[in-house]
Design a protein around this ligand. Structure first.
Ligand code: PG9
Length: 627
């Protein structure tokens, strides 16, 4: 009997060689999800169908809809975790809306992931650059029209929000909004790719994006990557040569987008026609809009505040056009924001904003019977005093027409920085040699574009890592006896000369902490960048037409730094650093005038002697928006 029992047991076991992949569909146990996820192919007016994921909370009635149009995989955006709980499947930034019973909609833009049609990296609005009948404005219009007719649980009201590319599609929808679009929040939207968002900064090209181009453009779905040939991107890009050389070596020439970029190095009609702030300036403000900007946004420093400024004159009642600037890196608004790199804030500033400002603002326009939100026209984090400022308008200080007037802070002989202008008899300039063979790194080496911590926080990196280099000029004030408050745009007014015929100028406004900070020893002497930018000198006279720079002549370079709301505290010092490279983030200027910097040849890269002038008649300064 015992032998029989053992034999039966053996038979019941799975034979060791049973194939472990059965070929039959694996069926997960069905759990009661608290949502219903639907997929629709929504037809656009030209017949193209767009892949749309609609997540409806179970039992929803008269619920508002939140729409995001994305090139980043709508299905993936609605699948943070594989979970039966709606809170878990949607992105962290959506949690406050999920808790309030909103319907959430993600849609792939034309040509990406599940959507049909062609993808154009920055599809221009209908007009001179786009002779078709469709663009992101019509696609948003057609989508909203379909949603209000086909989602029976909805109350027919739609809000749009999204960051970066997803903010760009919100801004596009605002140029011709569907009547059911009741409220919008473009977060760090790309508004002008040449001036300061994503692709270039005042004409200097951002090489960090090569990987993004291949990832986004080599396939309809998730694309490939660029093969790595070294650990330090500083070395890799230096060895490659020009941006064009790097692109050629890595197959980028197959991508029409790369060709478009190189065919339009200057701010010609291709860029001007696509600058959304120009379009928005002539668009009635129909939809209450909250523009969102990170104060240390490493990708889209230009968009939100310029779009806000463009629309502001049309907001006569000061109740439709809003601005929020948080102490955030790119898109940090949708995550946790207790700190950025070494800089700590007063709690989770992103959650505070989403919970206490964004959600009540959306509720006001989307939820029947919701109270009027207590939304300040401008909400800006004060990065020096560590609190939010609720303001009636922005900026608080500027050259003319603001509550306070900007004041020039002069670069002075001997590396001083002062509100007193230069005096006769002072040394006329400081100089350095900018060598394209040894460019100044934008972040400590080894520089790895793929290092997310580095990339998201380099704008707050302690600048002591370059301070003291022979090709970085430093000007600094005495320790401040009173706090110095700024709120607006610091304007660079540099008088500079070069021994070359083209040149880049990088200017950084820095808050230098006291040498010793007993309560945070690691912050002793920290050089915190408050605002910085790079300017390609060939566009000194015209962004549209590049021109060689006259050799060794002090010439004015005027450009705006990103906006700031900062208090330099008593005992801190203000510093300005000037240099001519920010590598490998920005491509190197050969310092010899060539027709197209993308295709500079090895022999074009030459050392140049750079002078920053500070005599009474060639005074260099930064106009600080003090108040
Ligand atoms: N910065 C990215 C982007 C925005 C707009 C156009 C292209 C790229 C992004 O984070 O989406």
């Amino acid at each position: 009997l015992l032998t029989l029992l053992m034999a039966t047991q053996t038979q019941a076991q799975t034979a060791p060689m049973t194939p472990d992949i059965t070929g039959k569909p694996f069926v997960a146990p069905t759990q009661d999800a608290d949502y219903d996820k639907r997929v629709a192919m929504i037809p656009m007016r030209d017949g193209t169908q767009l892949y749309t994921v609609i997540v409806v909370p179970k039992g929803a009635k008269n619920a508002p809809m939140l729409l995001t149009r994305t090139p980043y995989d709508a299905a993936g955006r609605a699948k943070r975790l594989d979970s039966p709980r709606m809170l878990d499947i949607l992105p962290q930034g959506d949690e406050v809306f999920v808790q309030a019973g909103y319907i959430r909609v993600f849609q792939d833009v034309r040509g990406k992931y599940g959507s049909h049609g062609d993808y154009v990296m920055t599809r221009p609005l209908r007009g001179p650059l786009n002779p078709t009948k469709v663009d992101h404005a019509t696609d948003a219009w057609d989508t909203i029209d379909w949603l209000v007719k086909h989602v029976p649980e909805s109350n027919g009201r739609v809000g749009m929000l999204g960051s970066s590319y997803e903010g760009f599609t919100v801004a596009m929808a605002l140029t011709d909004p569907h009547p059911a679009l009741k409220v919008a929040a473009p977060q760090s939207p790309m508004i002008d790719g040449w001036m300061g968002d994503d692709w270039l900064n005042y004409g200097a090209f951002r090489q960090v994006n090569f990987g993004y181009f291949v990832g986004q453009l080599s396939k309809r779905g998730k694309g490939g990557s660029i093969a790595s040939t070294g650990y330090d991107d500083y070395t890799t890009f230096l060895r490659a040569g020009s941006a064009g050389d790097y692109a050629r070596a890595n197959g980028l020439e197959q991508l029409p987008w790369w060709r478009k970029l190189t065919e339009h190095p200057a701010y010609d009609a291709f860029w001007q026609e696509q600058a959304l702030d120009r379009t928005l300036a002539s668009t009635p403000v129909k939809v209450p809009t909250m523009w969102l900007q990170g104060l240390w946004d490493q990708e889209d420093m230009w968009g939100a505040n310029h779009a806000y400024q463009a629309m502001e004159p049309r907001d006569a009642g000061n109740d439709r056009n809003y601005l929020v600037m948080g102490p955030w890196r790119h898109s940090q608004v949708n995550y946790e924001a207790r700190n950025l790199g070494a800089i700590k804030f007063d709690g989770d500033t992103a959650l505070q904003f989403r919970r206490d400002v964004l959600k009540p603002f959306f509720d006001q326009y989307l939820v029947a019977g919701a109270p009027k939100a207590d939304t300040p026209p401008v909400l800006v984090y004060n990065t020096g005093e560590d609190h939010w400022d609720r303001l009636p308008n922005w900026p608080r200080s500027c050259a003319q027409g603001c509550a306070s007037t900007a004041k020039p802070l002069y670069l002075r002989a001997g590396g001083q920085l002062s509100f007193q202008p230069p005096r006769a008899g002072d040394d006329a300039f400081e100089e350095y040699v900018s060598d394209p063979a040894k460019p100044v790194p934008f972040a400590p080496r080894p520089v790895r574009f793929g290092d997310r911590d580095m990339w998201t926080s380099w704008l707050v990196k302690d600048q002591r890592f370059v301070d003291g280099r022979p090709d970085v000029l430093t000007f600094v004030t005495e320790p401040l006896s009173e706090p110095l408050r700024i709120a607006g745009t610091p304007q660079v007014n540099l008088q500079a000369s070069t021994s070359g015929s083209d040149s880049d100028w990088v200017v950084k406004l820095i808050d230098v902490y006291p040498d010793q900070v007993a309560s945070a020893p690691e912050m002793g002497g920290y050089e915190l960048p408050i605002a910085l930018a790079i300017f390609r000198g060939r566009y000194r006279e015209s962004f549209e037409h590049a021109k060689a720079i006259a050799q060794d002549r002090p010439l004015p370079y005027r450009f705006a730094l990103p906006q700031a709301n900062h208090v330099f505290q008593r005992g801190h010092r203000v510093m300005v650093q000037v240099q001519s490279t920010l590598f490998p983030l920005y491509d190197r200027n050969p310092q010899t005038f060539v027709p197209n910097v993308y295709f500079a040849r090895p022999g074009d890269y030459r050392k140049a002697t750079q002078r920053v002038w500070h005599s009474p008649d060639t005074a260099s300064s930064i106009a600080l928006p003090v108040y």
